[in-house]
Ligand binder design. Structure first.
Ligand code: ADP
Ligand code: MG
Length: 471
């Protein structure tokens, strides 16, 4: 484990700002990298790197293997240098060195009293918390077997803040009502609680964004106060924090501070904690330390009730028959039910007085169902380009540069593997390459996959991109 407290030796003597430690400096780079590059890219190239030191103006960055070294040098050297120089003008160059591939643990927080220079943000003691939408309440939430556990947990939490279930972790697929429930918790507390607790509702993306912004402007103390001086912290879609180590570290400390004070914390996620890839173990165990409740897709009766509730919110009475018809055609989630209701209303298939035309309803919904997706050559090429930060046409260039050759070989491998294209057919698509060249590429990747090289991670991430873009 490297020492994490040494200050940079290259800081100017009379630095007007507080000197950044080596780790803080690298944290700033990583935090910006998380915003700059795609998540899979960050995961593959920047994770497991650290700043070993700065000597004679040369920042020495430790990377886990030669593969990462090549890639960082070829693709991210300028970016890394630019960010380093932003924080430390003395850095002139950057060198990537292969070091022991260790997982940097979260460094301890700096106990630096001088750094508490920024004044805490004034906290509101009343009024509507900005992120809360008053429409999302418990009373507008339809309870059925698919969501009754999460609903029961949410309603119990607001009665015994911080003591009953802490944290409350609600997970489920898209459009199943997680945001609605989390907001209902916030709205209920804000309206009903006599103590007027400070509530903060935020998406994890916003949390990440604000944290990175605070690092940039050196206002992390303000940031900390903003999140740590509250009584109820609600973080929506916490899965987006996956792989973002700096932000996870910050959340971890925020969590500890809040729960130590008995403040209530609520999370939502699209999957349970154990299934969030790239989540630090200690954060995972915090997520799992309270109550975990899932939400499943709604059953038929719940779908019918959701449709009728949504119609009523618009001052319409939706009779059972058209509601049953829509609920049979639209099964996946509440958001799609709302969309279906909108379409049905917009084509006049259900009239104000409740009259309806079932043929029109079916037509309206059939036309808008997405066509079944077929993965195509183009999707694979697009996913590869995205992952390797290349333009699509670069993959087809006659180039022997490693940063083109490697993605191209992966592309060939995946085209064969996922689309079962023949070697000659693949070759033809790549400027008429000979089929033996394609064969060679595919078997090379296959061989590397077996020797457990980082290629396995890359391919897994690319498959993820493909899956997530092909729904
Ligand atoms: P998620 O955050 O899980 O993706 P949302 O909470 O945004 O889903 O829900 C999508 C839409 O469906 C919202 O308009 C919400 O009000 C509605 N909705 C979801 N579940 C229910 C429910 N059980 N009762 C009423 N409306 C619901
Ligand atoms: Mg949501």
């Amino acid at each position: 484990m490297p020492k994490r407290t040494a200050s940079l030796s290259v800081l100017p003597e009379k630095s007007p700002v507080l000197p950044l430690t080596r780790d803080d400096l690298w944290r700033a780079v990583l935090a910006e990298a998380e915003l700059e590059v795609s998540r899979p890219n960050f995961h593959t190239w920047f994770r497991k790197t650290l700043l070993a030191g700065v000597e004679d103006g040369i920042a020495q960055v430790r990377v886990p293997n030669s593969f990462a070294k090549e890639w960082l040098e070829a693709k991210y050297r300028r970016f890394v240098l630019r960010v380093l120089r932003k924080y430390d003008a003395e850095v002139r160059d950057v060198a990537f060195m292969i070091g022991k591939a260790e997982e940097p643990a979260f460094p301890q927080e700096r106990k630096d009293d001088q750094s508490s220079i920024a004044a805490p943000l004034p906290l509101k003691s009343s009024g509507q918390e900005p992120g809360l939408n008053p429409r999302y309440t418990f009373s507008s939430f339809v309870v059925g077997p698919s969501n009754e556990l999460a609903h029961a947990a949410a309603t119990a939490v607001v009665k015994q803040l911080g003591t009953l279930y802490n944290p409350l972790f609600i997970y489920g697929g898209v459009g199943l009502g997680k945001t609605h429930l989390l907001q209902a918790i916030g709205n209920h507390i804000s309206r009903e609680s006599p103590q007027r607790p400070h509530i903060r509702y935020i998406s994890s993306e916003r949390f990440t964004h604000d944290f990175v912004a605070a690092l940039k402007t050196r206002t992390t103390d303000r940031f900390k106060d903003h999140y740590r001086l509250v009584d109820v912290l609600i973080i929506d879609d916490v899965q987006f924090i996956a792989g973002k180590e700096r932000t996870q570290e910050e959340l971890f400390h925020t969590f500890n501070e809040l729960s130590g004070r008995g403040a209530q914390i609520v999370f939502s996620s699209d999957r349970p904690p154990y299934a969030i890839p790239g989540l630090a173990d200690r954060l995972r165990s915090r997520f799992e330390g309270g109550m975990i409740a899932d939400i499943q897709p709604p059953e038929f009766e719940t779908r019918v009730a959701i449709l009728q509730t949504k119609a009523r919110e618009r001052g319409l009475e939706l009779r059972d028959e058209p509601a049953h018809l829509i609920a049979r055609l639209v099964e996946r989630n509440a958001r799609e039910l709302e969309g279906a209701l909108n379409r049905v209303l917009s084509v006049g298939a259900v009239a104000e007085r409740g009259d309806f035309d079932s043929g029109k309803i079916q037509e309206a919904l059939r036309a808008s169902l997405p066509p079944p997706h077929r993965m195509a050559f183009r999707d694979v090429v697009r996913a590869i380009a995205k992952f390797y930060d290349l333009r699509e046409d670069e993959l087809f260039e006659k180039s022997r540069r490693q940063e083109i050759v490697h993605p191209r070989q992966i592309a060939m491998y995946l085209l064969r593997d996922m689309l079962t294209m023949s070697y000659p057919a693949i070759g033809k698509r790549f400027r008429g390459l000979d089929h033996t060249t394609v064969m060679h590429a595919c078997s090379r990747i296959k061989g590397e996959l077996q020797s457990s090289s980082p290629i396995a991670d890359e391919i897994a991430e690319i498959r993820n991109i493909l899956r997530s873009t092909s729904v």
